[in-house]
Design a protein around this ligand. Sequence first.
Ligand SMILES: *[C@@H]1O[C@H](CO)[C@@H](O)[C@H](O)[C@H]1NC(C)=O
Ligand SMILES: *[C@@H]1O[C@H](CO)[C@@H](O)[C@H](O)[C@H]1NC(C)=O
Ligand SMILES: *[C@@H]1O[C@H](CO)[C@@H](O)[C@H](O)[C@H]1NC(C)=O
Ligand SMILES: *[C@@H]1O[C@H](CO)[C@@H](O)[C@H](O)[C@H]1NC(C)=O
Ligand SMILES: *[C@@H]1O[C@H](CO)[C@@H](O)[C@H](O)[C@H]1NC(C)=O
Ligand SMILES: *[C@@H]1O[C@H](CO)[C@@H](O)[C@H](O)[C@H]1NC(C)=O
Ligand SMILES: *[C@@H]1O[C@H](CO)[C@@H](O)[C@H](O)[C@H]1NC(C)=O
Ligand SMILES: *[C@@H]1O[C@H](CO)[C@@H](O)[C@H](O)[C@H]1NC(C)=O
Ligand SMILES: *[C@@H]1O[C@H](CO)[C@@H](O)[C@H](O)[C@H]1NC(C)=O
Ligand SMILES: *[C@@H]1O[C@H](CO)[C@@H](O)[C@H](O)[C@H]1NC(C)=O
Length: 849
Amino acid sequence: MISKSINPVLVFLLSVSYSLLFLAPFCHAANNTLTRGQSLKDGESLISVDENFELGFFSPGNSSLRYFGIRYYKIRDQAAIWVANREKPISGSDGVLRIGEDGNLLVADGNGSPVWSSNASVVSNNTAAMLDPTGNLILSSNDSIGETDKAYWQSFSNPTDTYLPNMKVLISSAEIHAFTSWKSANDPSPGNFTMGVDPRGAPQIVVWERSRRRWRSGHWNGLIFSGVPYMTALTTYRYGFKVTRESDGKFYFTYNPSDNSELMRFQITWNGFEEQKRWNESAKTWQVMQSQPSEECENYNYCGNFGVCTSSGSHKCRCMEGFEPRQPDQWRRGNWSGGCGRRSPLQCQRNTSSGGEDGFKTLRGLKLPDFADVESISLDACREMCLNNCSCKAYAHVSQIQCMIWNGDLIDVQRFVEGGNTLYVRLADSELGRSRMPTYVIILIVLAGLAFLAISIWLLWMLKKSLKVLPAATSACTSSKCELPVYDLSKSKEYSTDASGSADLVIEGSQVNGSDLPMFNFNCLAAATNNFSEENKLGQGGFGLVYKGKLPGGKEIAVKRLSKISGQGLQEFKNEIILIAKLQHRNLVRLLGCSIQGDEKMLIYEYMPNKSLDYFLFDPDKQALLDWSKRFAIIEGIARGLLYLHRDSRLRIIHRDLKASNILLDEEMNPKISDFGMARIFGGNQSEINTNRVVGTYGYMAPEYAMEGLFSVKSDVYSFGVLLLEIVSGRRNTSFRQTERMILIAYAWDLWNEGKAMDIVDLSIRDSCDENEVLRCIQIGMLCVQDSALHRPTMASVVLMLESSTTSIPLPRQPTFTSVRASIDPEISLEVQEVASSSDLTVKVVAGR
Ligand SMILES: *[C@@H]1O[C@H](CO)[C@@H](O)[C@H](O)[C@H]1NC(C)=O
Ligand SMILES: *[C@@H]1O[C@H](CO)[C@@H](O)[C@H](O)[C@H]1NC(C)=O
Ligand SMILES: *[C@@H]1O[C@H](CO)[C@@H](O)[C@H](O)[C@H]1NC(C)=O
Ligand SMILES: *[C@@H]1O[C@H](CO)[C@@H](O)[C@H](O)[C@H]1NC(C)=O
Ligand SMILES: *[C@@H]1O[C@H](CO)[C@@H](O)[C@H](O)[C@H]1NC(C)=O
Ligand SMILES: *[C@@H]1O[C@H](CO)[C@@H](O)[C@H](O)[C@H]1NC(C)=O
Ligand SMILES: *[C@@H]1O[C@H](CO)[C@@H](O)[C@H](O)[C@H]1NC(C)=O
Ligand SMILES: *[C@@H]1O[C@H](CO)[C@@H](O)[C@H](O)[C@H]1NC(C)=O
Ligand SMILES: *[C@@H]1O[C@H](CO)[C@@H](O)[C@H](O)[C@H]1NC(C)=O
Ligand SMILES: *[C@@H]1O[C@H](CO)[C@@H](O)[C@H](O)[C@H]1NC(C)=O
């Protein structure tokens, strides 16, 4: 009896000491790798360097079967994130992992028969496997151990039910069911549910039950999934989703939570929910942050085709306007699945030509229907395109995705309480409720209109007459230094008093206070700038060309001639003169006067001999002229100028188009912020304004501004951050896109994160600069370009951090915003490249809402 019972213990001890001996040399190296000849028995495991993940055998829940896979290691709930032998569990604890004859990973049971193999085509006969700190098991040749790009096989490319940070999910041209649920909580074998990406239109995340859709995230618009109501541009940092194009030329979804120390995962649960979970160390549980579908309306097409689901209220489903339930009796019983049908056919569906043209009904705040076709054309072209094709049922225009067109039924539409997109649904003329007014009403309205017009014209004429009393305001060329050129005498009538089209402008001008702001005469300026000749051209400002001029006394000036074509010109001009006339700061460019003559509107500034910052910064020959101390002084100067605009001036001004070409340099290289054309006065306690006209420059626009038209002092801070990084690196923010390295911000973040921040610094100053100062600057820059406006510092704290080398600087969060369009449509990518190559393109976007 005794000898019998001792025997197994001895054998056990022997085998332990044997395996210790065997593992000894490799234990000293690392215990996260397995090389050829080594094996991993049940009870042993590989552990990632940061001890977050473990690779080994385990039994899920109260199952007694053994599975081989990756689990969390140092936390209490060792949830499994990947399982190898899902379908072939081992019943005893005698399983083993080794590297097979063909170089593949091989899990075998006690009899030595394989239950799972990585089954990759391997070219090396000396392979090794490593569990890396992200939880990825990588099989590669022993020479390039742990390198994902040289991997023969990796668990991240063959996931089971869990989507981890850093994992790349391919966006291909067809839908990919990348993740498969477990069968039950204790059984990892493949269940009924899958989760993956559908690329059609713009990519979206979809949960399927077998081949039937169960839930979808809505289209990716470059920043958020538009059908997930709580996801807004301001919260993206929490999710950290982005689409990247990798070196293989393909597009992938990845996500990186803002806080890297948090354990986070997405999972398709055995019962069919897409769940996002975060480890809560104090509560020692996996906290479910969100779970989808979370309510009835989230279920795919809950209200049927052409139905709209509203989660609040008792009546969940309604038909879109112009539609009625297909089966009214089922619908009344609360069985919505039959959906709705069109009440009156579209004109193009009828074969009589009676009735008016089809039109569109606007539905707001929606999760847009599934299965869109995407075209990169304008809103108007989109509408036109839809009208011209009878199969088009609706269209929408979403910034970043552009024109979306639906040719089939409108499926899975939900109405949100907040957010959402606008859909234009095509309806027959008779459904649009265009009121048919009696003829006499129309005649009355026309008559009233005509009378109103006549009175207005008479009033204007009177006003113009009264203004002729003030000729001196526009005719003098500040004092009498500038003589009227003889050749232009024929136009003398015009410049003396012509106020056509600018009557209110003159009034505004006098409010500004005529004596503070001298008026220049047009002909005088024409003479000073050599008749606006090409040689005198200094550059292109926001809304017009800038010329160098010389007044008769010899004083040099810069004249900005506002373009006549620009519809905004007048408005911006008014803003600019009123604002700039009141602002005085050594880091703001000074306005000397203005000129108004008919359509011609001009601003006269002090002349800056050293042009603008971009002229030096991005020119390989001139970069070196700006050494680090000059650059630092420029950064500080811009920061102070901006602080003045934001806080210290009597008005509260948001610049909205801060960029290198808007920073002018005087003879001592002091920076002066110019171009206030787009600035807006802030009244009272408003701190954030929503505008439906987004004006600015790609690459400098904060995400919430570019996407939602929200601007605040913090959107200027974002632009300042971009500018700061440009000054440090000597490279344009946009110069990176052609090389697919995304934007400067992403590049800077990567280097900063890897502790190689000095690599960002312009080569021409890298040796001469003060490393501490540069690193502080980069960190401040990274703080300013954070996704969330809330997290960005104010200019006041930026100035403080810049000026005092002892102030501690917080750690920035990873920015996720990239301007790279999410779509995989080659035409769209092409367009992005065009945008990228014309470096300082000023864009105006009409926001979606
Ligand atoms: C191997 O992992 C164990 C468990 O985390 C750890 O205690 C040990 O120090 C590691 N050994 C080496 C050589 O890294
Ligand atoms: C794998 O490479 C490591 C060094 O990187 C070496 O120590 C080890 O012996 C190699 N293993 C095999 C099986 O070649
Ligand atoms: C696992 O345990 C739960 C209760 O703890 C029980 O309901 C369930 O039936 C068990 N499953 C198996 C496979 O034993
Ligand atoms: C291994 O891959 C080949 C083709 O690549 C496939 O035919 C075979 O079924 C796979 N074997 C296993 C066990 O998955
Ligand atoms: C590995 O392959 C190389 C050439 O392909 C061969 O020379 C070498 O002997 C092989 N080594 C083993 C251990 O099979
Ligand atoms: C999966 O589908 C099968 C067959 O339709 C069904 O019996 C089973 O209950 C489903 N499992 C889950 C978790 O829904
Ligand atoms: C962690 O859980 C505790 C207790 O449930 C809760 O009070 C705390 O807010 C949670 N932490 C986070 C970061 O959610
Ligand atoms: C709901 O209506 C559909 C047809 O629209 C029908 O096929 C289905 O059986 C109905 N379901 C119930 C539960 O009545
Ligand atoms: C008119 O349209 C109906 C279907 O809407 C079709 O059945 C019929 O053949 C058409 N008639 C002519 C003359 O085209
Ligand atoms: C209308 O759209 C459908 C679907 O995109 C397309 O197949 C068809 O060619 C279009 N017809 C015309 C006349 O453009």
